[in-house]
Each structure stands twice: as structure tokens, then as C-alpha cells.
Design a protein around this ligand. Sequence first.
Ligand SMILES: [Zn+2]
Length: 174
Amino acid sequence: MREIKEIHIHCSATREGQAITADTIRRWHTSAPRNWSDIGYHYIIGFQGIEFGRPLHRSPASARGHNKHAAAICYIGGVDSNGKAKDTRTERQKELLIKIIKQLKAKYPKATIHGHRDLSPDKNKDGKIDQWEFMKMCPCFDAEAEYLEFQPDGFKPKSAAAQKAKKKAEAKTD
Ligand SMILES: [Zn+2]
């Protein structure tokens, strides 16, 4: 069994309220131009519940250079009615995201949690991923900061915003 070292959060980049299913994403991922063997993600967070995608023992198609030890979660949504990036998660989706993260962390306590965009290349090599460096906006919220309480000890966020949030949280507890 492969070890999970990173948990990646994605959005489907579909419009707010549009209820697509894992089957639709699977169709996108397994047809041209991608032609992947299966849906890229392990868990799909819809409006009603969780659907299972690629089996966890297989590496996802999640983020280049990060797939070998990753688990990939995708929530349905991520853009507004004009197609602009937006955190469209419903309360239910937020709960379900935490549910899966907790399940994975129970099994892989050292796993770190990242938004897809936090895995963008650090172009100016300053040790943080700033907004201008995001390759895409996915998952349209700051996952590293939002899930700070589930990150392992000594976690170093990649995103500039999460680094700031972590400093603030640490200053409060000191
Ligand atoms: Zn993504």
C-alpha cells in the first residue's frame, strides 16, 4: 500500500449550484485530450454526499510531481455564474471535506493538506507561493490555512497567505 504524505484539495471548476457527479468528471478525465485511465481524484464532494473515484491505493492525477504519495479530493463547484473563481462550498460540502480529511489523517497522521494552487511552482524562489504565482485558482480557497488544525507538527505552508495565518495562530497561543 502506498503511503499518503499529501492531501490535495481541488474544485471541479463548475458553476455554483450545478450538481454534476463523479461520473461526469470521470467522462472528462477519460476522454480526449486527457485520456486518463480513470477519474483523477479519489473523493468527490457533491451537494448530497461523498462519491468515491479512483481507488486510494492508486496514485491520483492530481498535481504534477506530487502524485505518488497524494490523496486527491475534489468538491463540486469553484466558479460563480460568470465563470469566475469563487469559493462556492456549501456548509454540507465543508462538513464532508473535513470528514474525509479526518478519516485520512487518522490513517496517515503526518500527511499535509494543500490546495491545488499551493502546488504551483515558486517562480521567484522566495519560499512562498503568492497569488500571482498560482497556475490556476483551484480550489478557490486557502486550504492550507483553513485546515491548519489538521496539519502535522512543524508544517510549513507553501502559500503566502497560509504562512501569515499560521504565524498569527501561533502568536495567539504563545
Ligand atoms: Zn485542481
